[in-house]
Ligand binder design. Structure first.
Ligand SMILES: [Zn+2]
Length: 360
């Protein structure tokens, strides 16, 4: 699963209804929820992580009209087959698209929506950084509509030149293209980097009301599904994440106190390697940092990077100039910091036309 979406007109909606349309066929009785939970807990579906089950539950419930799970490799053959079987149990259509070395699964209640999503994905995945023509513009809008993304975010994405990675998105959002690192506070419900995110699109702004509304809807659904799991999801959403250039992520388990982030068992992800794109192509510096983080227990943030510590020993000094990163700390933002962020955002819009590209 990855993320997607985009656009800036959200500010104009402030104080009014977000315009996020709830699906009309959102029908799920208590009995249906119980059936879903019972089926999900069967041993034959143990190959599926909770994140996949919850994602499919969004589609079964009607909150999402269609969905996409991507980045699956040959090692995920069992998972793909279980995903298909699980989907069929709930009357969903699941189409697998193989483009070695990865496979993508498109899922929807309506076979024609799954087919259309597959077709549009094939067309839009090759999007360049240039402005969209009218036809591609419409295709993007339709793609976002099928995936249940808020119209403002889809509009933002479709109407602006695209970038190729989640890194571009954060650079755009936080203005992290300078020469110094930054630690940024984000709204937990819009933490796309969590292991079980609530939303899968790139919100058009850090305060996008439609995205928050969509996240709240999902959270409400999850509470109906399983309260204990929902509390775990909430805790995962609050975990700090370090996003490095070129799709390296580290989800931390601890919390930031001053300049020190103490942690245990970090979840280190190398999405490019998972997709087999960057094998043998550089990345030595970042890989050494990731390895040190795996072995360490604290990060100490500096003006120009961070140190990885284990007890009294420094395992590694990572310099921002050698490999840039952003640190995302999910927490409630006070209005003053939101205002500062908006000002920076507006400044960056003027300076930097590079906009995020959806990749789910
Ligand atoms: Zn939006």
């Amino acid at each position: 699963m990855s993320h997607n979406g985009i656009a800036a007109q959200c500010g104009a909606r402030r104080g009014r209804s977000s315009g996020f349309a709830r699906p009309q066929d959102q029908i799920f009785s208590r009995a249906e929820i119980r059936l879903f939970r019972q089926t999900a807990s069967q041993a034959r579906f143990s190959a599926m992580a909770e994140a996949y089950k919850l994602f499919i539950f969004q589609i079964v419930s009607g909150i999402k009209r269609a969905g996409r799970i991507d980045g699956l490799t040959k090692e995920d053959a069992v998972l793909i087959s279980v995903l298909r079987e699980f989907s069929v149990r709930f009357g969903l259509t699941a189409i697998v698209r193989d483009v070695p070395p990865v496979s993508t699964v498109f899922i929807s209640k309506r076979p024609k929506d799954a087919k259309e999503l597959l077709r549009l994905h094939g067309v839009l995945i090759r999007r360049s950084g240039s402005a969209l023509g009218p036809r591609k513009y419409q295709q993007h809008r339709r793609y976002g509509e099928l995936l249940g993304y808020p119209p403002c975010c889809v509009e933002h994405f479709a109407s602006t030149p695209g970038c190729r990675s989640i890194w571009d998105y954060f650079v755009y959002m936080f203005g992290a293209h300078g020469d110094r690192p930054g630690i940024f506070s984000i709204e937990p419900r819009l933490n796309l980097m969590a292991s079980i995110p609530l939303v899968f699109h790139l919100p058009c702004s850090l305060e996008c009301e439609a995205s928050l509304e969509a996240a709240n809807l999902v959270l409400g659904l999850y509470f109906l599904y399983d309260e204990e799991i929902t509390l775990r999801v909430l805790s995962l959403l609050r975990a700090p994440v370090i996003v490095f250039r070129n799709n390296f992520f580290v989800r931390m388990t601890g919390h930031l106190s001053g300049d020190i982030l103490a942690y245990a068992c970090p979840d280190v992800l190398d999405c490019d390697a998972a997709e087999g794109k960057r094998k043998g192509k550089g990345g030595g510096y970042i890989r050494e940092t990731l390895e040190a983080i795996r072995r360490g227990d604290r990060l100490a943030f500096l003006d120009n990077g961070f140190r990885v510590l284990k007890g009294d020993t420094t395992l590694r000094v990572h310099l921002f100039g050698a490999w840039p990163y952003v640190v995302l700390v999910p927490s409630r933002r006070d209005p003053a910091s939101a205002q500062r962020r908006r000002s920076r955002h507006q400044r960056d819009v003027r300076k930097n036309q590079c906009r995020p590209r959806s990749h789910l």
